[in-house]
Design a binder for this molecule. Structure first.
Ligand SMILES: CSC[C@H]1O[C@H](OP(=O)(O)O)[C@H](O)[C@@H]1O
Ligand SMILES: Nc1ncnc2[nH]cnc12
Length: 285
């Protein structure tokens, strides 16, 4: 059975459709993940659901322990992660309620978000040229195709620091930089998934026009949650359809770190090798 991790964002805190549900409480070398992970079956897949802000939305974007979340998914054997995220639209044609299959990111986070597993005695550089998994995106595209939802099958997500929403000048700047949607959470999540050799794709739900569009009301939490409540069932439906299908395995995500580590294995301390064994042990046998 394919093991799929779902990282739920604003407005998606549970997945009631899961069968054979078990709650998994895990710890990682980086601390505990955002919440208990709910494991269950859906169609032909085993799903692991983790709300990135916690079930009660206690964790703001800048305080999410992204390393713990991704490491926990790896410990559970997750091979593919779908990030479900609320985003502001930076383009007229991406309307609130639309879905966007993000394929590129701009990391504009600025505070202290630990963004790598390669530190303190090991150096590695993975490629982020194609930061999302083409096979997983394709499977999501097919699944969304069966619903009555407007889908944009490409899009660049700029990850801002937050937690405040952007100023109008920033919103215009993101547009000038080529971003299509804005959010606060997909970085460093996507980078860490790549380092952990887990396929990653973002199912973004457009909830607002941020604040660049002067004929529209500027974004507010109320607006985001209202649109999310109306559309979260669609996102769950997509996951249900996806879980019933076979996802093409032709991507390179599972070996993303194969040639990334510069530090020779015998120069990495035993302690560090033990810590990172769930991620890179296969290269150190
Ligand atoms: C509640 S509005 C801002 C909030 O929503 C998005 O969260 P997520 O990506 O987890 O759905 C955005 O990134 C902000 O964290
Ligand atoms: N306009 C916006 N800016 C940042 N994050 C968001 N999440 C949803 N809408 C957003």
């Amino acid at each position: 059975m394919t093991k799929i991790g779902i990282i739920g964002g604003s407005g998606l805190y549970r997945m009631d459709a899961l069968k054979n549900v078990q709650e998994v409480e895990l710890d990682t070398p980086y601390g505990p993940p955002s919440d208990i992970i709910v494991q269950g079956t859906l169609g032909d897949a085993t799903l692991f659901f983790l709300p990135r802000h916690g079930r009660q939305h206690l964790i703001p974007p800048g305080e999410i322990n992204f390393r713990a979340n991704i490491f926990a998914m790896k410990l559970l054997g997750v091979e593919k992660i779908i990030s479900v995220s609320a985003v502001g639209s930076l383009r007229e044609h991406i309307e609130p309620g639309d879905m966007v299959l993000v394929d590129q990111f701009i990391d504009f986070t600025r505070a202290d978000r630990p963004a790598t597993f390669f530190e303190k005695g090991i150096t590695g550089h993975v490629s982020m040229a194609q930061p999302t998994c083409p096979c997983l995106r394709d499977a999501l595209k097919q699944a969304i195709g069966s619903l009555d939802v407007t889908l944009h099958s490409h899009g660049t997500y700029i990850c801002m620091e937050g937690p405040q929403f952007s100023s109008r000048a920033e919103s215009h700047m993101y547009r000038a930089w080529g971003a299509d949607v804005v959010g606060m959470t997909n970085m460093p999540e996507a980078k860490l998934a790549r380092e952990a050799e887990i396929c990653y794709a973002t199912l973004a739900l457009s909830t607002d026009y941020d604040c660049w569009k002067e004929d529209e009301e500027h974004v507010s939490v109320e607006m985001v949650l209202e649109i999310m409540h109306r559309n979260v069932e669609n996102a769950k439906q997509v996951l249900q359809v996806l879980a019933a299908r076979t996802i093409d395995a032709g991507c390179q995500c599972g070996s993303a770190a194969a040639n990334a580590v510069i530090t020779p294995a015998d120069a990495i301390s035993r302690e560090l090798r033990e810590k990172l064994f769930p991620l890179y042990g296969k290269y150190w046998q």
